[in-house]
Design a protein around this ligand. Sequence first.
Ligand code: TXA
Ligand code: MG
Length: 357
Amino acid sequence: MKSHHWVISDAEGLPEHPAIIQAAELLKQGEVIAFPTETVYGLGANALSEEAVSKIFAAKGRPSDNPLIIHLHDPSELTQIVSEVPAIAEQLLAAFAPGPLTLILPSNQRVAANATAGLSTVAVRFPDHPVARALLKRCGLPLAAPSANRSGKPSPTEARHVIEDLDGRIAGILDAGSSGVGVESTVLDLTATPPVILRPGGISRDELEAVIGEVVTDPALADENAAPRSPGMKYRHYAPDAPLWIVNGNSIVDIQERIVAEAKQHLLEGKRVGILTTTEGKAYYIDQLNNSDSLIIEVCGSRHNLPSVANQLYDRLRRFNDLDVHTIFAEAFPLTGIGTAIMNRLNKAAGGRHIGL
Ligand code: TXA
Ligand code: MG
């Protein structure tokens, strides 16, 4: 199949933009469309149609036991797909919708069974991106939409990442430049008391607690052996092709000294080494390690601005694939604010490989 490529360079004229009209029409016909959200690019299809949803799983190569997030335009539409809206959900939506928060609620079973992988609950979110909102409004359908990457690859934060993974496998791609946050939404299970964070993301635990009081984190996020409650969390994700090690330490100096020691060893053995650092770290590595073709340093935002790290993380992980490195060393980040989501994704990319813990 030939995928449409539409570029929307200006939010002006949405939702009457010809690209939105065409994409919405294809969604209504049961096709699959990639579109930008404020977190990452999503791969959308009519959530009420089993046949349309099955095309998402096929295009991504996604395991069928991993349920999808349903995207809606407005909280008033929630009762179309959930059987109950608890007061706590209302409070959260008033504070964070539209935005990078996904709520797990009891399903009224109207969403196609393959979208929820047969569960009695459904994941819902209201994306805060003008193109996503225009598309939802124009097609008037709940859209099931996982991240628009091939399963196992880092999530796409640019349309070119989607093209890399899915061109020719889907009906179209709406390109509106970089997505904003860079990591996916926070997934919060409201069917448990207190609510449980199943996936850390764009909204931090502190922000949630400021609105609804106690929130706990799924123990499976910390313990490799615990059974995850969010089916998607059990899969190796976001993975670059080369093994990635997270390097920890008591301070950033400590972390960087360890990375230099590791990198020296690998370079001596004639291997190509990748280092994931921030704008603050690059000069130190160049100074300590000879700047040869075998040393690939990728800079990911600023350590003093963790949202900037989140924003670039997946793009930098993808770059290492193109650069053919043998091993990657990544600096650990503090677990504050969006740092929790950054470390969760790095952990998955590392498949649990840590140095200095
Ligand atoms: O930011 C985002 O959330 C992006 C954009 C496109 O909206 N979407 C996204 O979708 O990250 P996906 O499919 O890559 O991740 C969905 C996560 C998975 O971990 C899945 O297991 C979990 O949500 N999930 C979906 N339905 C669930 C349910 N009923 N109960 C528990 N977890 C659920
Ligand atoms: Mg995903």
